[in-house]
Design a binder for this molecule. Structure first.
Ligand code: COA
Length: 387
């Protein structure tokens, strides 16, 4: 697993975490950008900044009536947080109104100038805004987001589910047609100014803790292709010893456990096959297939059928451990019916018996095929991995 982190230009983190506002934070630390709270207080320089911000809002929110933007930005109940570059140039901002008695604030407008969008300034602005508003004893933020902005707000911790009691906000803010009301809880003890670092550190901590509990982060080279068969259903002998495969012993695998599971598997296999043989033998249509065909009774049988088989022979083979895989056993059982239909005509009693017995036994064969190759193996590995 790679473990780098992301910066403003979108480098990979490898942690599934985008440190989106990192670049803007660096600019802020270097004094290249600043976050200023501005109100309509008559100060010439500040007024100029408000005008610049109003122009950004007007350009970035073309559906919003310009007069409405002007009215709110210059309204003395509203404040704005501007991102100011090189001390003078406004590159974005957020206009909001606090409702101190209700301990919430409503975001009216938020925008970043066009050529600087999706570079992390929007996230940094929101984090700085939360850091500021937290000190003003604000508990919730509300905003009406249009369809384009829902995604952005969602990433900043806003939800469509409003947790604040309606008495606290209804009647204080105006409904906005076509907008979706979203809410964000401002946690009193989160350091929003450093939240990206905080999340990254917490994520790293979790990864380190998980690493201590599992071995999943260790990756070894695979087995050479020509050696990969360790045990196969058609009985191939191992070409490579499991214990020689890197990582297997570390995972808690032991040859004793493996042999025990193998023994268990063989026992289960024997029991299942014997049950199928017993079921066949008891079936009313099994009588033609119980024993090998007598050459004296059917002189040309062995000329036609070159690979004869019957229930008694199958049982003998099973007891002699000749079935090294399920497939070999299933193939032999199926051969009883195939041979019968090859030798006999469809209107004979033998042909009909083969069809009838096959119908019954097919379900048992399917069940045998679906049974796990090594019963309990996955359970065992899980347990030893989480020691
Ligand atoms: N829809 C969905 N996701 C958006 C988005 C949008 N409209 N705008 C940005 N995002 C995503 C970014 O891809 C990024 O995701 P990531 O962290 O997973 O990569 C994340 O939101 C934040 O990106 P960031 O670069 O910090 O945002 P930004 O500087 O582009 O600012 C806006 C975001 C919305 C302020 C800016 O795009 C903008 O000014 N838009 C036009 C005005 C507007 O719609 N304002 C909101 C309603 S008032």
């Amino acid at each position: 697993m790679s473990q780098q982190f992301v910066g403003i230009n979108g480098e990979q983190t490898g942690l599934g975490f985008t440190n989106r506002d990192q670049g803007a934070k660096v600019e802020e630390d270097q004094g290249l950008i600043d976050f200023k709270i501005i109100t309509n207080n008559g100060n010439h320089e500040r007024m100029k900044m408000l005008i610049d911000l109003k122009n950004i809002f007007a350009r970035q929110l073309p559906k919003m009536p310009k007069e409405y933007i002007v009215r709110l930005v210059f309204d003395r109940n509203h404040e704005s947080m501007c991102i100011v570059k090189d001390d003078t140039k406004v590159i974005g901002g957020i206009c909001y109104r606090k409702y101190p008695t209700q301990r919430f604030a409503e975001i009216a407008f938020l925008a970043i100038t066009a050529n600087l969008q999706v570079k992390g300034y929007g996230t940094r602005l929101m984090n700085k805004f939360k850091e500021h508003i937290q000190k003003q004893d604000v508990e919730y933020l509300l905003t009406y987001a249009d369809n384009y902005a829902i995604g952005y707000f969602r990433k900043q911790g806003f939800y469509q589910e409003i947790k604040m009691h309606p008495d606290r906000w209804k009647g204080f803010i105006k409904d906005y047609d076509g907008g979706t009301l979203m809410e964000c809880y401002v946690h009193p003890s989160i350091d929003y100014g450093n939240i990206s670092d905080l999340i990254r550190e917490q994520k790293q901590l979790m990864i380190d803790m998980i690493k201590k509990l599992t071995l999943n982060d260790r990756v070894y080279p695979g087995i050479e292709k020509q050696n990969y068969k360790m045990e196969t259903s058609n009985g191939d002998r191992p070409a490579v010893k499991p214990e020689s495969v890197q990582g297997i012993m570390e995972s808690g695998w032991t040859i004793e456990d493996y042999n025990e599971l193998k023994k268990q598997k063989e026992k289960t296999f024997m029991i299942s096959c014997q049950q199928i043989i017993d079921t066949m033998r008891k079936h009313k249509s099994a009588w033609p297939f119980l024993e090998p065909v007598n050459k004296d009774d059917v002189p040309d049988y062995y000329d036609v059928i070159t690979d004869p088989i019957d229930i008694k022979t199958i049982e003998k083979k099973l007891q002699n451990n000749q079935y090294t895989s399920k497939d070999l056993f299933i193939k032999d059982v199926k051969r009883i019916f195939i041979n019968c239909r090859n030798y006999n005509q469809p209107d004979t009693i033998y042909y009909k018996c083969a069809n009838e017995l096959e119908r019954t036994i097919d379900d048992y064969l399917k069940k045998l095929k679906d049974e796990s190759q090594i019963p309990g193996v996955s359970k065992k590995i899980k347990k030893t991995n989480n020691k």
